[in-house]
Design a protein. Sequence first.
Length: 333
Amino acid sequence: MTSSDFRFASLPNPPLPLPRVLGPKLAPFTPTARADIEFVEFLGRENDVDSQVWKVNVNGAGFFALKMFYFRNSDYLVANHPGDLALPLANPQLYADYFDPFNCECRVYGRLKDEKREDLAVKALGYLLLTPQQEAHLAFKVTGELGDLPDANVGELYGNNFWGRYEQHRELPVRAIVKELVSQKWPTANEVQGMWPDLQAIHSLGIFVGDTHGGNYLGGKLVDFSRALTMYHPALIPVHGDTFQEIMLGELQKLRELQNMMLEELQKLQDNYYDLKNTLASEGIDIPQDLDAFCARHSAYYRNFPSAYNWLKWEKDADSAVAFVEQSLFKRA
């Protein structure tokens, strides 16, 4: 199946928690996943490739941060996903389920809610779907051009529009996550010191964050999970072979890959700490000694690997979940 033939699955109507694949999910913010939205102020980064983040007033009820996600072509998701896969996934939809930035964030926030640890990040309150009129309004607000709408009578879409919509996304609305609106001021020393314990707790819940640089924190709390991998995740678990030797080699290779991924993530947090220590010199920021030790090529001793999380405890039918992973998730010869 070529990318021009493939169409992403339509979203459930009425709305259900997303994504529709085994593992944690995020529920809609309203029963219809629609709302009246007043776009008040741009909050994101100008070079953000995944999203537009705005201060909004939703249904006239108060102010929130709304993160609206650009579309990602299936070829891009297959070629540029984080982590490594021992086998390719069975179809393009599965790459979207596990690697699309919106779905990555939904899975993280669903896990934090399930575990009653929403305190570990800036809180997400649910997802919304933009109407074509809201899409056009924001595109015009940013660029002065309306762009190609999903229901517009236009030719094939090639991603060269404000939301990056390809033909395979034609029937899909722009997806957004409603988050608490938090201050963008510099964090306090106590907030900074909590970042490392929070990250370890997040890891223990089966979540690999990936991006822990300073731009993904507000008030010492993570706010961006566009690259996160949440158990169960095909990039965090080895694919077993048919023989004992294949199984052991696969386990060893995946362990080394995970150690390298974790080391890179911890080093980003370490850099973040040193930047904040220099910026907030008067606050007396201390660099966690164990974080420094892990970043000094001792990451093999780290004990909170996300892959160790027992994801099956949340599955109503554990046998079916295991069967899906072993028989349907991957493309096998």
